[in-house]
Design a protein around this ligand. Sequence first.
Ligand code: PGA
Length: 239
Amino acid sequence: MMKPIIVANWKSHKNAAESKLWLDELQQKIQGIPEAVLAAITVIVAPPAVNITALSNHSLVISQPFFSVALQDISPFPAGSYTGAISAFNVGDLGVQYAIVGHSERRRYFHETNEDVAKKVRECLDNEITPIVCVDAEYVVSQAAAIDAQHRSHCIVAYEPLAAIGSGENSSAESIAPLITSIKSEFGSVPVLYGGSVDEQNMIEYRGIVDGFLIGTASLEVAHFAAILNQAHLFISHT
Ligand code: PGA
């Protein structure tokens, strides 16, 4: 059985106080969700890195095994003289189990290359962090090929069509289905998430096609995010 994976990507939103408020509110809200429903899902929250400790020290994260914390990016280098970079080692004692790698905003605004992404994947895996590698339609084959063959099967992959990110225009389930198949053939039988304007209304259309979601906008407000969590167990796969 594969548990559905719901990743909240806060991007560069929220300061420390807002992060705590979000967690407090979510802790309240999930009291209305049955234990069995929560036990059947994996929830990963990627705050701005400065707020990682606020999350990993919060009682929601400590008390709920379904809840994990992720980095939104990671240094392609090990710990050392790389000013401004956050290495896997830096978060090694903060309970970080996942890192988003190669998000299209990193590729676009920070000029990350496929080779950078491959190095980040290696840093993650060398340090027991699972990389959540973002890919997009046109480049799936080259983006996968850049990653060491023996690393690919240890990734979670997020398929995020550029036009769907932050636009309110999610790509239809029908249009993404062939891409999900080609991602599985490039990476192996890894979990594949969809990202791009997912919300609690449209998520259901992807049932049977994806193993979870990477969610930006709809993760920022607890009301939306909790409504997503409430339905996520419908994505359990038995293959
Ligand atoms: P969105 O962002 O849900 O706001 O479209 C998704 C993402 O960029 O990961």
